[in-house]
Ligand binder design. Structure first.
Ligand code: PMT
Length: 399
């Protein structure tokens, strides 16, 4: 099913529902908006009808609807999101009241339900509201915690609707999660590292982090717990993912090792610098004292160390090559005891570093290989995660 229902209620943050619709549509999901009567005091149904391309529903038993629309629609959607959700709708759902389309629909729907509250802080923290939320959580309803900030009442506090990105990301996870990723920790590294010469200058690698961020997002959507260990990049991390920011290869090494014991999978898509300065000055080197030569040394090879310490984790490495790509990648796979290596040709301008697209070969220790022809890094990530899922579901790795 690729339709979701979006319930909107009478909160000042109702305008954010427009972004929620757009983000779901970007994922090829049709959105059916259901409004409460009071929500129409803020925005007319025509607004949501135009945005979603489907008539927004407000009343039960409207003549324009199909007969028993709430039951028919309930069998068509894969998710019910209520955002923004007022204290009133939460109380109604918690007590099983069914006196309008949205509350009746909630009782009819069998899909997962996601609620994003938005209200004044005192109302949100009121023991009655909290008891209602707990009751719904116990029934399996998932909540997106509201954020702190300025509220419509002019006060600062908790109760602001979570960001549309966060709501949609969690919604997608509820639809797309797969049992094989449940309770699994996936560690993804992304971006470059920076090796300091002094507090101002550094040695680094090309990398925007796009490949790694897409992998982290995809792993989260499939239901894994995700830690994204990121070098310095300009990207906004995917919602729901735990982010550890690092600078140098040594920082990255320590961050990966911190999670390694609990991890089921480590995906090293970071462009870790292979070299660093043998000596890094604490003071900025003055122009007049510019050294005629600087000494370099190798950085620790994080993946090689993970290969040595491996206790059942799946290790996925990347290989950034410019020639003899597959042969070199196979050497790396063997040396680092990898279960899968993803090879990209970084001499091409339209794939690899910084581009939104990539073309990769996947190589396995048993000699199997697969080409993923040029496509978006999003799609490449989906294919890689599908292969990782299949490896968990039975195939042997390099243990
Ligand atoms: O970030 P983007 O702009 O989206 O670009 C994506 C990418 C091209 C950076 C990515 O697809 C990629 O190829 N990442 C790996 C880059 C790299 O460092 O490749 P390598 O062949 O030098 O290293 C092999 C593997 O060892 C990699 O998994 C690397 O993370 C790891 N490594 C390398 C050096 C080191 N000291 N420790 C490591 O663990």
């Amino acid at each position: 099913m690729n339709k979701i229902a979006l319930g909107v209620t009478s909160s000042i943050s109702i305008y954010k529902a427009a972004d929620i619709i757009r983000l779901f549509q970007k994922e090829d999901l049709a959105v059916q908006v259901i409004m409460t009567e009071r929500a129409t005091n803020f925005i007319q149904p025509e607004f949501f009808t135009a945005l979603s391309g489907q008539p927004a529903v407000v009343r039960l038993f409207d003549q324009k609807q199909r007969p028993i629309e709430h039951i028919t629609l309930a069998s068509e959607v894969s998710l019910l999101v209520i955002a923004p959700a007022t204290a009133n709708i939460i109380a109604k759902l918690a007590s099983g009241l069914a006196d309008d389309f949205l509350s009746t629909f909630y009782l009819a729907v069998k899909s997962p339900v996601l609620i994003a509250p938005a209200m004044n802080e005192a109302m949100f923290l009121h023991p009655q509201t909290q008891a209602n939320i707990k009751k719904l959580k116990d029934l399996g309803v998932v909540f997106v915690e509201p954020e702190s900030g300025y509220l419509a009442c002019g006060q600062k506090g908790s109760g602001r609707l979570a960001s549309p990105e966060k709501i949609v990301q969690l919604g997608l996870r509820l639809i797309r999660q797969q049992p094989v990723f449940k309770d699994k920790l996936i560690v993804v590294t992304a971006g470059p590292t920076r090796e300091a010469l002094d507090p101002v200058r550094f040695l680094s690698n090309r990398s925007s982090g796009k490949m790694g961020y897409e992998l982290a997002r995809e792993a989260y959507e499939r239901g894994a717990e995700v830690v994204l260990i990121s070098g310095p990049v300009e990207l906004r991390p995917p919602a729901g993912v735990k982010v550890e920011r690092v600078i140098s290869s040594e920082d990255m090494r320590q961050a990966v090792l911190k999670y390694y014991d609990q991890a089921s999978v480590v995906i090293m898509s970071a462009a870790v610098s292979d070299f660093r300065f043998s000596q890094a000055g604490r003071e900025k080197i003055k122009k007049e004292n510019l050294p005629s030569a600087v000494r370099l040394e190798k950085t620790p090879d994080i993946l090689e160390e993970l290969g040595r310490l491996k206790r059942g984790q799946l290790l996925v490495g990347f290989a950034a090559e410019t020639s003899e790509a597959k042969a070199r990648a196979r050497e790396k796979m063997e040396k680092k005891k990898l279960d899968l290596i993803v090879v990209n040709d970084v001499s091409q301008q339209d794939i690899g570093f910084e581009s939104d697209d990539n073309e990769v070969w996947l190589l396995w220790p048993d000699g199997r290989e697969r080409l993923i022809s040029k496509t978006t890094k999003r799609k490449v990530s989906q294919e890689i995660l599908t292969e990782i899922g299949a490896m968990f579901n039975g195939r042997k790795g390099n243990n």
